[in-house]
Design a protein around this ligand. Structure first.
Ligand SMILES: NC(=O)c1ccc[n+]([C@@H]2O[C@H](COP(=O)([O-])OP(=O)(O)OC[C@H]3O[C@@H](n4cnc5c(N)ncnc54)[C@H](O)[C@@H]3O)[C@@H](O)[C@H]2O)c1
Length: 339
């Protein structure tokens, strides 16, 4: 298998590469990443000298570059992680989200079509379904839930999904789509909830919690997501959408309290800040379909996964401190400075 992975220098993409190195050592992996603010080539250091691994810096929306890569490497399959992924940034500047998440997906689909690639997998998100009310814990997102996006980020991801479906229907393209809930684990950029709170806690800085902190997310350890994508690639049905989640709903404020307790810091660090515009209240995935079809179930209990994650951030301070001390600082000021 020669697999082209886009966005492999980011959080989930890099974990996916490490997961495949452990579980599919004979697969050839070609990673294409633009190395935006969220991409960190240093993360991939452990595989850079691996003869089964190639890194190429390129923008998925750059048609000439992408066609050149397909021409040269002729991948058997593509997994597209590359995306602008932070909702807050999409509220600040939606345009780049459309360029990368929609136009970039179209370029990859066109390349697959042109070069006859046997499989294209789109990594999507449960955010395409919008949100669920807090007072209806009986409701969950299924693959049949209508698309109803709230943010420019989720709208761009939904557009990409629809494009994949259209290429399947119109051109018979061999696509699959997965829609996963919130991931956590090592190498997550410290603007996202869990690493942000760990980093602030360790620096005794205030922990900015949006609104009332009661928004619920369905947390999945990143390796479980990687296992699900691998299974879909190997055994998934062409043209299908698979929801991925582990029935692990936790309110944001409870995540923050968990981290405070684990790091032995006082709750007085919690600072409630103005809510995100259009903030989704609750995400809850029904993973019955992927379980029934492919036998996938998450393996990591939240208590174990969060402990591993906190331990990783403690043991790898240099990885995230470099980020926190760099350009990220300016962005951080803009987001939280006047809230
Ligand atoms: N993080 C989550 O909880 C979560 C949940 C469900 C789905 N997803 C999806 O999974 C994928 C990966 O998410 P993540 O959290 O790892 O994101 P991330 O922001 O950590 O990484 C994104 C990567 O894509 C690269 N990239 C951005 N624009 C690019 C472009 N134009 N060309 C090539 N590379 C580009 C970045 O450099 C970075 O390495 C995204 O598609 C996201 O929508 C994420």
């Amino acid at each position: 298998m020669k697999l082209l992975i886009t966005g492999g220098a980011g959080f989930i993409g890099s974990n996916f590469i490490f997961f495949l190195r452990r579980t599919k050592p004979d697969w050839d992996l070609i990673c294409v990443d633009k190395l935006t603010y969220a991409g960190n080539l240093g993360t991939l250091a452990p595989v850079m000298n691996d003869p089964h691994f190639t890194f190429i810096k390129a923008d998925i929306a750059d048609r000439t570059a992408i066609y050149g890569i397909f021409e040269q490497y002729k991948p058997d399959a593509v997994v597209n992680f590359a995306a602008e992924s932070h909702v807050d940034r999409s509220i600040e500047n939606p345009a780049i989200f459309l360029e990368t998440n929609v136009m970039g997906t179209q370029v990859l689909l066109d390349a697959c079509r042109k070069f006859g690639t046997a499989r294209y997998h789109q990594v999507s998100t449960d955010e395409v379904y919008g949100d669920l009310p807090l007072d209806r814990p009986d409701l969950f997102f299924t693959e049949q839930t209508p698309i109803k996006t709230s943010s420019p980020y989720s709208a761009s991801k939904a557009s990409a999904d629809l494009l994949c479906n259209a290429y399947h229907r119109t051109y018979g393209m061999p696509i699959t789509i997965s829609r996963c809930s919130n991931n956590y684990g090592p190498y997550q950029f410290p603007e996202k909830l869990i690493p942000l709170m760990i980093a602030n806690c360790l620096a005794d800085k205030p922990l900015p919690v949006y609104g009332d902190g009661l928004n619920i997310r369905d947390w999945l350890y990143v390796d479980d997501h990687c296992a699900a994508i691998t299974l879909i690639l190997e055994k998934g049905r062409i043209g299908e959408v698979y929801n991925i989640g582990g029935h692990n709903e936790v309110a944001n404020i409870d995540i923050v309290r968990y981290i405070l307790r684990a790091l032995d810091k006082p709750e007085s660090l919690i600072t409630y800040v103005r809510d995100r515009k259009g903030h989704d209240r609750r995400y809850g995935i029904d993973p019955a379909f992927i379980h029934a079809e492919l036998g996938w179930l998450p393996e990591t209990r939240f208590a174990d996964g969060i402990e591993k994650t906190i331990r990783w951030y403690l043991d790898n301070k240099s990885w995230w401190e470099e980020i926190v001390n760099g350009e990220y600082q300016n962005y951080y000021e803009r987001m939280y400075g006047n809230r």
